[in-house]
Design a protein around this ligand. Sequence first.
Ligand code: HEC
Ligand SMILES: [Cu+2]
Length: 385
Amino acid sequence: MRMPLFRGTKQRMLLFVAGAVLSSLLFSACGGSTSILNTDGPVAESESFIFWVILAIAGVIFVGVEAMLIYSSWRFRERPGMPAPRQLHGNTTLEFAWTAAPAVVLLIVLVFTIRGLWQVAPENRPTTGKTEVVEAIGHQWWWEFYYPSYNITTADTLHVPVGETIQVKLYSNNVIHSFWIPALTGKTDVIPGHNNSRWFIADKAGVYEGLCAEFCGLQHANMRFNVVAEDSTSFDTWAISQQQAATAPTSGSMAAAGQKLFTAQCSTCHGIIGVDSKAFVDPSQACDNPNGTTKDPCYVGPNLTHFASRATQGNGSQQVGLIAGGVLENNLAQCTPGDPNLLQNCNVAKWLHDPQGIKPGNDMNIGALSTDDINKLVAYLKTLN
Ligand code: HEC
Ligand SMILES: [Cu+2]
């Protein structure tokens, strides 16, 4: 019976080693803008610095302990005819030393941690330079962003000006989410009835990945967003374009028919400024925030006024647009109403065809749409620049 047991252990060991190698290979694919070690702003830098400090200390301890272990196992190994080693018990100096040494190590870690906490604290955000306030609302399961100074609302993509302090006020009226942009700022819980805030600065223009880092239900993994950091001129141009009401489609066009369908079937959950909604809603005052004062009506789904501006731009490597928390890419350029392969090529058509199949459990519960209606709606959504 002993042999198979031994073999089993060996096999398990082999499996474990193979698993470890495989998973490290897999995880080595994670990197780029999603890595906390590849930072592009002072807040994330301060946080990853603590990681490096702890890693360095732990590394020195690991190498030291392992070296002593290996040395003494070899140096004092049992040889034939050796007498039993001297038996020891209790050594006050040693006892003090191995109590004091870890305490000192932990104290060093504590000092760096407190320093980091201080640097990233909401009250300690830089007061020199410009500050842009953004209200981020965690929904099940997508992020909404409201800019009080422009009175604009968007979803899935957070635009920020490079080099300016971005103060993010965090709201939820459902469950606890966590706001996280690995390359720019660490995680902060988004708690109903308890309004947290966070600040960060993007040092470089670019597109960064953001996500929800608190398990918030079935589609928690599809609650991602993009951060587009751009120079202040591009940011202003973007913000001003977002302030405009949706342009009305040419009467008699396919898009106009789509708008009619939208008003009839979609406007209970989606707002479009100039169509079924007069203005964007400030979540700090609205039903999104349980502490708010005026209970304005809020929409269940993303505001679609400028849905087309959230599509993938350029050749795709520059700004990838997202649909419904990143469950699909917003590839509107591939959406040609009338295309017989619309449902294969166009992601928003796929979404409209079967939102529950694509993101099971999400709040877009609608009856089946005909292909004809999907064509009209896609034609309309494409006009929402
Ligand atoms: C019962 C409410 C409801 C109705 C009705 C509804 N939607 Fe939605 N819609 C949602 C929700 C909620 C989401 C976000 C889902 C998520 O990300 O989890 C969404 C997402 C979307 C998105 C993606 C938006 C983005 O920025 O990511 C589009 C486009 C959309 N809906 C279009 C429509 C159209 C067109 C109709 C009418 C045929 C419609 N919806 C009807 C609730 C609704
Ligand atoms: Cu979440």
